[in-house]
Design a binder for this molecule. Sequence first.
Ligand code: IVH
Length: 681
Amino acid sequence: MNSSPVKGMGHSMMDRNEAQNQIQALRKALAAANDAYYKHGHSPITDQEYDSQYRLLADLESRFPEWMVTDSPAQSVGSDLTVGFRKIEHRFPMLSIQNTYSEAEVADWHRQVIEKLDPTQLSELEFVVELKIDGVALSLVYEDRRLQYAVTRGDGLVGDEVTRNVKTIQSIPIKLPKSFPSGRFEVRGEVYMTRENFRLFNEYSQENSGKTMQNPRNTASGSLKLKNPEETALRKLDFFAYNILTEGSEGTHWDNLEALVQAGFPVNSERAKVKSIPEVMDVCARWHSLRDQLPYNIDGAVVKVNSLRQQVLLGRTAKSPKWVIAYKYKAEAVETVLESVSFQVGRTGAVTPVAHLSPILLGGTLVKRATLHNFDEIERLGLKLHDHVIVEKGGEIIPKVVSVVLEKRPARAEAIAIPERCPVCDSELAKMDDVVALRCENLQCPAQVTRSILHFVGRQAMNIENVGPALVDALLGQGMIKSFPDLYSVRREDLERMDRMGEKSAQNVVDAIAQSKSRGLDRVLFGMGIRFIGKTSSTLLARNFKSMEALRNATLEQLQGVNEIGDRMAESLVNYFRSPVAREIIDKLEQADVDLTYTAADGTAELTGKTFVLTGTLPTWSREDAKERIERAGGKTSDSVSKKTSFVLAGEAAGSKLEKAIKLGVPVISEDDLKKMLGLA
Ligand code: IVH
């Protein structure tokens, strides 16, 4: 592979100096890959490249032990530790698993297992095969049947505490049933994102910030490390439990999985218990063909010795237990030719390169395009026009160009010119983020205008159902609108004159546009598509400033004073409101009678800034349930009533807190009232 730092490997005669050079090159490459993945959620090389470089390094280190160091990437688990998170030590280290892509190595592993176990125990030797979910490992610690904290793998010994974010994952139980023992124990599993949720989130993210995420796994790992749990909730993460850690070593892994199901944990239903390696391989092959039909990504199967007693006997190496091996599936890859590269202009003006390929079948679909992410990627790949390229379908929706077949480079191969002018409006492009990305700054650029109108009418913004891409193009084409506020001056008579537009449809469009006028400030603000201002920040700003007028007049300091509004957002807002374009947009919206104020309580769960005190027994929810729900919706709970308390939630046999609430004039609500506030009743 052309991006491998090791060239000409495979010669068995190698002197010490050569080995040292290669070891150093491999360590550097792997450390960089670990860093990029764990700290920035980005994988600069494919999993397969990583695995093969890793193996080379491990092999060289064992052949040349004089060059071994303990912090070599081949001797330690990569680290996801991030500044700003509380560190928690794992009671049992979170190890990784030995990986292989070869059946023969699974058989080798099996032999080693047999050799280590007493011959009398072999009759009870069984294996559990599970899917290897392509996500991020997570440890959940429970005490008294309640989730105490959730911790990432970190460096394997110490992890980052991410409980607040993990609590937004609906499938993770916060409380366990009474039938479960109340002692302290730990559940481990994989946080993942379905391909569909990844697609939706990426669409949203592209619209919102012009950024696209690489794949579901990186998105899941980044989502656990967000500062704002509301943002994590938007990503709609999921979880599969695959292990439970207790003190004893009785019983089997299979029964433990069943116990996890009983306790309400999501456990993957594709699991098999078998006795031999041929059976293991059968299961692996079956799942391999199932791969594309699963709603989430897997990167292989995990084979585990079933008996916990045997697991203990087998022990571990510094890095991984010996009772488990992962059989990984090779990513599907095909070779084709890069015909051309085009440049797309997003709503925010970001210009991204797209590869156009000679059409080729990959994983059952005909592939014509592949993403190139950014200009750095073109450089990293050393990609030229007309090159033969390897295209792979990883977790991404659009396939990815992973490498160039240099041996086949044709004489007519030519460099890919980085555009200096916008491919749509021809205005000069600006460099942003250290040249990785280019941006068209012409707000009137047709590419941006169309996309910004589509953003404004989008479901998350003004939700104007009858206005889609075709109509927007037609309206722009006929000069009936120039930007989104003009939608409000489109008349039925004008629409009726358009092709394929009946009286009824024209009326529907006009009605849908008119209805959107009352959506409120938060949606208008989001719809305006101000740089760095996403859905959550729009709501926060609307809630804080209540009217467009107040927001427009806010100073930088006032904006920065809003919780969760960072400097970059505050600056972007000030710049935006200063521009004549913004003035014109707001004037037009005002003239059209679009509601530019914010009124809370629109039926959605929104309790931020509210403090609740709970007292008495509630009819259906436990106090913990109620607390949890309030907190998930952004509210706070407290133990004592004061003038600052927003509501007292009172159930049966409420005591002195209720009396105090009445005395202080704090509103008293019932469980039903709370359900209504949460949009549940
Ligand atoms: S068992 C010490 N089971 O794969 C072994 N891991 O590459 C504990 N993974 O760190 C892990 N699906 O994050 C296990 N069914 C499964 C898994 C699984 C995904 C992940 C896990 C692990 C990584 C190793």
